[in-house]
Design a protein around this ligand. Sequence first.
Ligand SMILES: Cc1ncc(COP(=O)(O)O)c(C=O)c1O
Length: 451
Amino acid sequence: MNYNNALSYSSQWLDIIKQEHFPEETQAKWIINESKNNFAEHFNRNWLEYRKSVTEAGDWASVEWSGKGATFIDVMGRKYIDWLGGFGMFDLGWCHPEVVEAVMAQAKRSPMPSQELIDPLRGVLAKLMAEITPGDLKYSFFAASGTESIEAAIKIAKLYTGKSAFIVSAKGFHGKTMGSLSMMGKSDYRERMGLMYGGQVYHIPFGDADALEKQLEICAGVGIGVAAVLLEPIQGEAGAIVPTDDFWPRVRAATKKHNVLLIADEVQTGLGRTGKLWGVNHWDVTPDIICTAKSLGGGVMPVSAVTTTEEIFHPMMYPNPFMHTTTTGGNALACSAAIATINVILRDRLWEAAAQKGAYISEKVDDLAQEFPQVYHKITGKGLLIGQHFNTPEIGYKVAAELFKRNVLVSGTLTSAKTIRIEPPLVITQEEIDEGLNRLTDAVGVVAKAL
Ligand SMILES: Cc1ncc(COP(=O)(O)O)c(C=O)c1O
């Protein structure tokens, strides 16, 4: 404990935060060393071992400094093309000027709610969500992260149905808080956690409508009350897995038949990424509940939403309107960011850009996959959610590392690189796409040669 150290260290960093010039070399190197040391000693030491920005960046780890559109610059001035897009958070790219402008204006006036008066922007965002979501979804609850929107959806489904079981998918990803984690289909994050959600959770293979129908029949026969089926329209973390066209319509029909709610986790797919405003739009399906997050804050603020019908939301309002709340969720800064984001997405019809750019990249990467079958297993995805599936995780990691050395950022760690997404901001330019593809071709060529 040392208050004086904390006071002077925070003052030093406040000066850096406020400085307008780009750090010169000595300051940049100090920032890198401080950042690495702080991560190692106070945040999570093992993160550093898993970061390409540390292991593949040469003598000086990449510490991010600023960004614009689909590119960003590290503190040493190295410029990167962002093909990771913050795992779907940067649909609008880095520092979208209209979102930043709205947030800064709101920050100067009133960033957080009083908790008693009516804060206007929360209502505005709720109205906009009702306008842009399918069907008669009408009421929203707001929080900060994707996992919180799933937690809220779980509670809403339980409250409305009075039932407790959920049906979810293998390899599905819904976040890492306890309720969302219980719905996850990946052992990596569950296995060591022991007991989870107390109700039954059944996993079916994603895309297997027969399995879902069977599971619903079994639950009905056994007398297990299923509150909801929770699915991503297109699985993101699993590697941009697109189901066959009959899957979602059959899921909708089966859930209706059994009086079970259907929750679409659009945290990653929502707001245009897959080439439609919502992933479920590809199949004209209206779910009962939609979860949105990531890009809702325009890459500027954390904000998430769960949106549902008046009927389903009713038990959240009566008799106790405070059944599910969070002090900072849906604050004015977050809402101002989301209002600006929705405005930009609708005005610029960014889902159309995602469809066109995604088709272009997919075709080129498909060609590459056919040219290098020793590297690639297959390419999947829709719009700008593209999955590169490699023959082994080691090959995938090598491609990701070679790309990083060529200043293109994609996901992929040493432990998880069998599938690597291409998920750039929807605002990426044609020039940045072509440059990224050139560097990918180069990287794959080098990896193939070394096999
Ligand atoms: C489909 C999906 N749902 C939920 C989440 C959790 O969101 P968050 O990381 O904001 O909690 C993610 C995150 O990757 C996601 O992809």
